[in-house]
Design a protein around this ligand. Sequence first.
Ligand code: DC
Length: 224
Amino acid sequence: MEHYYAVAIDGPSGAGKSTLARALAKELGFVYVDTGAIYRSVGYFARQRGVDPADEAAVEALLPEIRLEMLYGEDGLQHMILNGQDVTREIRLPEISLYASRVSAIPAVRAFLLEMQRGMARTHSVIMDGRDIGTVVLPQADVKLFLTASAEDRARRRFLELEERGTPEPYEKLLEEMRERDRNDTSRAAAPLRAAEDAVVLDTTGNTFQQSFDLLLRTIKEKL
Ligand code: DC
C-alpha cells in the first residue's frame, strides 16, 4: 500500500498557517487541507438559517441538513461545496470568523467533521492546518508543527491582508477580535487549541514569510 505523508500544522488564527501551508504543500507536492474552511462552512450555514452559533442544540439540529464537500480545482485550491453551492468566497467574510469559532466549540460539530478530515489523509499526502490536527484529527501525523506569534503581530497581518483585499478594518478592532477568538479556541472543552506533546513549536513573531517558510520546510524535511 502506498504510504501517504501527513504534516499537521496547528496554532491560533493569524499565525500564518494557511499561507505557509499552501506554499509548503506546493513545494512538497502534497494536498493542502484547510480545516478552518469546514468550520467556516458550518458557521456560514448557521448564519444563513438565522441560528445563534452559541446555541448548541439549535446548531446540532442543523447538522443533518448539511452536506459538505471539499473539492480541489485545477489551481490546486480547495473549494468548499455546501449543499451543492460553492461557498469558498462567502466563508471568508469577516463576520463568519466568529460564527466559525462559536460552532467549532460544539462537540457534535467536531464529531460531524472528523471523518471528512481523516478521509483526506487516508487518500492523499497532506499538509493539514487547524487547531486540533496534531492532537485529535491526525495523532499519527509524520510531522506536527505548532505555529504561534504574538496577538499584535497576528492582528497586524490580518490588518494588512484585509487592506490588500480592499475591505479594511481598524487595527484595534482586529486585535480585540483576535484575542476573543484565542479565548474561545483555547478555553473550549472540546478539542481546545494546544500543541501536541510531540509537536515542534515555532514562533514566527517578526519573521518575514520567507524566513518562516524556510524554517518550516527545513523542519519538515528533517522529520520526513
Ligand atoms: O483557521 P480559521 O480561522 O479559518 O478557523 C475558523 C475557526 O474554526 C477558528 O476560530 C477555530 C475553528 N477551527 C477549529 O476549531 N478546529 C480546526 N481544526 C480548524 C478551525
